[in-house]
Design a protein around this ligand. Sequence first.
Ligand SMILES: Cc1cc2nc3c(=O)[nH]c(=O)nc-3n(C[C@H](O)[C@H](O)[C@H](O)COP(=O)(O)O)c2cc1C
Length: 188
Amino acid sequence: MELKEAIEKRKSVIGFDKDKPLLKDVFDVINSARLAPSSKNRQPWNFYVLSGKEKDEMVKSFVEKLSQNQTEATGFGSARLMNEAPYVVLVFMDEINGYEDIAVNYLAVGAAIQNALLTAKSLGFDSLWIYDLVHVIGKQLKEKIGASGNLVSAFCLGKDAFPDKRKVQKRKLEDVIINFKEIKNELE
Ligand SMILES: Cc1cc2nc3c(=O)[nH]c(=O)nc-3n(C[C@H](O)[C@H](O)[C@H](O)COP(=O)(O)O)c2cc1C
């Protein structure tokens, strides 16, 4: 699949079916994340691949914590999807040393995750970017795994159970380019 098609077809799934991507494809996905641009080429990311029992235990402790804290009501949907997905990849981000704003590392990690999701789509499977678990069990997972960075996101990998359904509408091109009206004549 061409990049443009992968960009257009990638969507956050609302249900995963039972098909499990090959581990080699999961490695391909993380390899593409590794190649993303980053400020000062810091590559401030590390990944941890969860599947099977280890994934089930993570989701269980997430749900337990959510149940104790009613303010995180949206997390239950993410928990169901992490349960269904054959793989959940945790994304850790190094802390900034020096004067730069932490945002610069977040931007780089976002680029890495998007590389991963597009590669997944191009290899014929699907994904869901998850943030919900960060505040709920981020610290717990960091300690358990012994990661040097902080948990900043996760993404699920698997096969879309509802390929014909799209959850969201996207804003139009003319609504996202601030000076669209002024420059559009140059197209003609
Ligand atoms: C930083 C970030 C965090 C997200 N966190 C969650 C999440 O915790 N749970 C979830 O179901 N979706 C999450 N999403 C997916 C968004 O809901 C989704 O990308 C958005 O609705 C647009 O839909 P699309 O991905 O199908 O284009 C997240 C997306 C991003 C970029």
